[in-house]
Design a protein around this ligand. Structure first.
Ligand SMILES: [Zn+2]
Length: 126
């Protein structure tokens, strides 16, 4: 999913509400700080939350320790469970290209979930 498709998706669902942060640029308006490989995953997560009754109040969407972090307010009863499911899934998807082949955690102090294409294997173990 491209950034443009992601924005169109957000428009279709009525946009996300972010009252805490005011930044420039459309992606920052939604507090999303992930690379494009996860946009489809994030869109699926948002759709499932909206279907479950989420108010669309977003705090921040980012990567931490190689995994997706999705912070939101106004979550429905099942929201925590839904978010957890997608955060776990993010460890199987390359954050850069979205591939699910040969994906693993890369790096030592700076950890990312990447595939062999985006980050050739090295000898560093984590
Ligand atoms: Zn990749």
């Amino acid at each position: 999913m491209s950034k443009e498709e992601f924005f169109n998706f957000l428009k279709e669902i009525g946009g996300l509400i972010n009252i805490r942060r005011k930044m420039d640029g459309p992606l920052c308006n939604y507090g999303c700080e992930c690379s494009d490989g996860w946009l489809e995953l994030i869109a699926e997560l948002i759709q499932e939350l909206v279907d479950a009754g989420w108010t669309r109040e977003i705090r921040q969407i980012k990567e931490k320790f190689g995994g997706l972090r999705f912070y939101a307010d106004g979550l429905p009863h099942s929201g925590i469970e839904i978010v957890g499911k997608y955060e776990r899934r993010s460890f199987t998807i390359c954050e850069i290209c979205g591939s699910t082949d040969q994906v693993r955690l890369c790096g030592t102090r700076w950890v990312k979930t990447l595939c062999d294409q985006c980050q050739p294997p090295c000898n560093v173990s984590i």
